[in-house]
Design a protein around this ligand. Structure first.
Ligand SMILES: [Zn+2]
Length: 123
């Protein structure tokens, strides 16, 4: 990867990189390996990730949507594989979803930062 070319937004979101420079990490280590703390500012371009108090409240909506989609997919797969009644099916889908909840919560923050920087970029 050359220094002049920016990695794609999809790739940067997946690797949780800063939306402005796409080099600095948003978290101290990958969200796929635990529950890391966020950097306050991008270590490369100094973009402040949490722009104001309560900034990540909006990420809860993203998190909710991601959670709903995940549970729905799990429920559909379980129903397809087992043919269980919808109540049993949904309970097991939620049980399977729970270990993913921290990762989805943090990933929602990444999506929220990207969404916010797309709509209202900080120069
Ligand atoms: Zn940056």
């Amino acid at each position: 990867m050359g220094s002049a070319t920016k990695p794609s937004a999809m790739r940067s979101i997946f690797y949780q990189r800063c939306p402005r420079c796409r080099k600095g990490n948003i978290f101290r280590y990958s969200i796929f390996r635990g529950f890391p703390k966020m950097h306050e500012r991008c270590p490369v371009c100094d973009l402040k990730f949490e722009r104001e108090p309560g900034y990540f409240l909006g990420a809860m909506y993203v998190s909710y949507a991601l959670g709903l989609v995940t549970v729905t997919i799990f429920a559909a797969l379980l129903w397809w594989a087992t043919g269980w009644w919808i109540t049993t099916d949904t309970i097991w889908a939620v049980v399977l979803f729970l270990p993913l909840a921290p990762t989805i919560t943090l990933f929602a923050r990444v999506l929220w930062i990207y969404l916010d920087q797309t709509v209202d970029p900080e120069r």
